[in-house]
Design a protein around this ligand. Sequence first.
Ligand code: CS2
Length: 510
Amino acid sequence: MKTDSTSTLERLSLETLRGGHPVGTTGPRVAPGALTIGIVHFGIGAFHRAHQAVFTEDAAAASGDTRWGILGVTGRADSVVRQLQPQDCLYGVLQKGAEATSLRIVGTVRDVAWPARDSEKVVATLARATTHIATLTITEKGYLRAGDGIDLGLAVVQQDLALIERELLGECDLPASKSPIGLLVRGLARRFRGGAEPFTVLSCDNLVNNGALTRALVFSLVEALAPGAGRDELQAWLAASVSFPSSMVDRIAPATTAADRAEALGLLGLRDEALVVAEPFTQWVIEDDFAGPRPAWEEAGAILTTDVTPYERAKLRILNATHTQLAYLGALKGHATIAQAIADPALRAVARSTIDADILPTLDVPFGLNLEEYRDSVLERFTNPNLPHTTLQVGMDGSQKLPTRILGTAWDRLNAGHRPAGLALTVAAWITFVASTLQTDGPTLDDPLATRLQQAVASVDAAVTEPAALVDRFFALAEVFPPEVSASTEFRAAVVDQLGEVQRLVRTSA
Ligand code: CS2
């Protein structure tokens, strides 16, 4: 049989890297073979690989503590397994600054699992005494929340409940878990039945109070288990021995393109199917509330603190909110990337005035941070021309992002007696983007609520002739608009007004 030895040899792996790699590329900073798995990460996409995995490798390099290799769990598709497994889970981070590009190989991910096939591996690893932490980047929609709890009306959640009950009874050979939180709780149930060692669940998603939220979701799932058969004991153990710190994560890591892969190939001389791309800036603020041991992330530059809230609010309300505003206004104006959108003087002015008028007044100053400087550095980061972060990528899942990024801030301003025109503009831009995406033959709307949104814009005539009716249909989406926001006649009037402003801005030449 003819083997394709060239392509095998050309791909990044421990073997192909053994001979060293070209000057200008670096890593791994710790010998991958020396690491044992101590972390299970749910949602091993580009962001985790460019962020927590890098911090974790740097912490191991600085401290010499090799207990923190990562088992990465992918979401729905096994494509990440196919990218990483043939490369011994090695991958490059192509760091693109405004001026310089560099390539670093990271080796801290030691194994990878796809729940549809490998649930047992994930559960067994979560239960092992040498595993101490689960980290999560499963995106807003991955939490399957309904209010403060998990959505018990979903079939996948009901299936996971049944599996957790069987796990608690000690049954073997169970089918695959269906949701990240369901799989996590199943692993915690096995851990509880085993040595019951303490454990930490660390959310790294862009959500308000992500630790407390994750805890509430886990407890709501456990609460829904059939009484008896260990439910109450599991609950008591979770309350006593499992902690859920919050964290704020930040690094812009757009989807990898073919051009990025070609650039990395040129630098490394090896093919890297798992390459990720990121800006130089990176930040991680973690609530120091761990039930067991943790990596020395502070030695890698992370901030360990008792209160993440001021950092998290500043980041969600300034960076993510402005990203979202630029994404919709930019996409409507034909700008393909965030860098193009922020280079448009009209959009830059709107972004800046929204931050100043509507956002900064709602924020407490995090220790050691000047919010005006933070604002300027965020806007500067968006201008990076070498980081083609598309407006469509940032614009996806708007129904999940708006409540966290925009509507809480809007409510704070309304409550303080102000009309948040800039935030209303973002909502109006989202409505216009959703309506125009659903009404034209272009790209489909990438949003888990696409069907509900389709119903909201179903009547094209009303949308064109009566902006107020369109706004009312959107405000009726209780999954997006909290009751206090949708009941605000002031905010409704502001969004209706800003629909006209969106049209004006879109017509302004860049
Ligand atoms: C972005 C974020 O896609 C998005 O919605 O706003 O992914 C953003 O790039 C990161 O939060 C930066 O840390």
